[in-house]
Design a protein around this ligand. Sequence first.
Ligand SMILES: Cc1ncc(COP(=O)(O)O)c(C=O)c1O
Length: 441
Amino acid sequence: MEQWLSEQEAVARGMDAADELRAMRSEFRVPRAKDVGGTDDGECVYLVGNSLGLQPTGTRGAMEAELEDWARLGVEGHFKGGHPWFSAHEEVRGMLSRVVGALPREVVAMNSLTTNLHLMMVSFYRPTRERYRIVIEDTAFPSDSYAVRSQAEFHASRAGFDASRAVLRLRPREGEATLRTSDVLEVLDRERSSAALVMLGGVNYLTGQLFDMPAITRFARERGMAVGWDLAHAAGNIDLRLHDDGPDFAAWCSYKYLNSGPGSIAGAFVHERHLHAGAGLPRFAGWWGNDPKERFRMGPEFRPVESADAWQLSNPPIFALTPLRVSLGLFDRATMPALREKSRRLTGLLERLIDERNARRPGAAVGVLTPRDASQRGCQLSLVLPGDARRAFAALQSRGVVCDFREPNVVRAAPVPLYSSFHDVWRFASALDDALAGGAS
Ligand SMILES: Cc1ncc(COP(=O)(O)O)c(C=O)c1O
């Protein structure tokens, strides 16, 4: 190996040795390279926690315990199980609130993400004939685009506006990949009498850009707009301050950075100012949103509990909540500020290695879509590959690297501070070099 390469590797190993969170990796099942497209028996380089987080080692036992409670106790498990099902969603509330910087009563684990976005819009998107537009990013995740458009269509004929004009998509300047906060604010100011709702991704799924959530939230609210954040790529990635930032609502999934398993239960946040009785919000109701003291009186009246739980419809799916409980326990141990601090160093190393290797590869540089300013991104870097990007991506996979590809040439790589090592980052950069050079695996 060339001298500079082995020096880089030694630096990465040194950073691992100094990493106070390094023991957390042993709390996760890291797939073997040969099971995920590579050839060797060692651990793969897993940089796709922005899509599906790894399985905590404690998840299987916790799931088996729930199965056992069900087998042993039947319906009595609702009150006599190790983690009684009646209040299972309440058990995760405190941990969930710490991950997103909210008050415990402002959060609830329920449903899946798109469902929660819809339920939140039922309450917070209240268009009128004049004020009906919904502001999203042009590169919003497709599900969000469909959700906002269908909400606009749902209201259009009653409120008397044209649904085809309702969704306003924020586009970066010509030649730029990400949005400037000043441009976002300018649009919001221009649309101050027509925009009813601003609903952006806290971290954009494609570019990895972290928006200035406090500034955008404040600016939009001062202009009378409702504000909601899709935090699919931010929850467990960014040290969020939802209560202080003050959006009306937020929603996120738990299968990415929150490691709760494919399709697992999502989260929602409703700001405290909307939680008191008589807040006057329209809301779709179900029995699990009823005050728990009344729930089993089985009366016809809905008396919403004064917390985000009021938006719950059904009793929670225990086999989806259990992995969330296990994973959130790990977040409580590691703490979000410490994870964020490590995350900056991990992604900073990735950026540096890409830059150093680019300097040795004139004419075939790997581009970076994600902002270079660490305060404007989470752990993900979105890389634009030169040349035949699909072929290079396949070559990365054959080298035991798991990341993902977005057409036509973007590879998203997300070192996750709970389980990724600095050496993983070095291995990725080296594999990318080889893949671009077309070398053998
Ligand atoms: C930003 C964003 N929004 C929405 C979704 C859709 O999530 P779900 O299928 O859980 O509703 C995803 C899924 O990856 C996403 O990344």
